[in-house]
Design a protein around this ligand. Structure first.
Ligand code: SF4
Ligand code: SF4
Length: 162
């Protein structure tokens, strides 16, 4: 099947490879929207009922459901309820050890998290992409994504394969 020609500013592709820094799971107050199916998958993963999962980890806003955030941390940022900071282990003095932040529900993270950074807003222009890249060290680095892969993430309504 012949794929349609993509004429957007990212037609030659973009680089992105996550470094696992956790920046996209914190920051200013925000929303991580969950579909009913994603809530069920999350509940199963957590070995909780859907109602327990909703009560403990979710909040309702204008008829939609988002994950909760933790109260602001020492940097004034609002971490996703599932973001966990792993303190740096003592080093041997030759390198600076950095703490890590990980998603504790990574295998069942929702579509919104799976499609970052290929969101419509970030792809609206080169400027929007570069602005988002200031907080995401994985953007403009590592794996090259084709324009078709990017559009398929941007327009996804189901979980991508990987
Ligand atoms: S901000 Fe970018 S590099 Fe850091 S965890 Fe999120 S996607 Fe990965
Ligand atoms: S669900 Fe996981 S990947 Fe998504 S914002 Fe929360 S910690 Fe980050």
């Amino acid at each position: 099947m012949k794929l349609p020609v993509i004429q957007e500013w990212f037609k030659d592709g973009l680089q992105f490879e996550c470094t696992g820094c956790g920046n996209c799971c914190t920051g200013g107050p925000g929303y991580v929207w969950m579909s009913e199916q994603e809530i069920s998958r999350l509940a199963e993963y957590l070995k909780l009922s859907v109602s327990q999962t909703l009560k403990k980890y979710c909040r309702r806003l204008n008829g939609r459901i988002s994950l909760k955030e933790k109260p602001p941390n020492a940097r004034g940022e609002y971490d996703c309820i599932f973001l966990k900071e792993i303190p740096a282990e003592p080093g041997d003095g030759t390198t600076v050890q950095q703490s890590k932040r990980i998603c504790t529900v990574y295998p069942v993270r929702p579509l919104q998290c799976r499609t970052w950074p290929f969101w419509e807003g970030n792809l609206a222009s080169r400027q929007s992409w570069e602005s988002a890249a200031r907080r995401c060290p994985g953007m403009n680095a590592g794996r090259k994504w084709s324009a078709h892969e990017i559009v398929s993430r941007r327009d996804a309504s189901k979980w991508p394969e990987d």
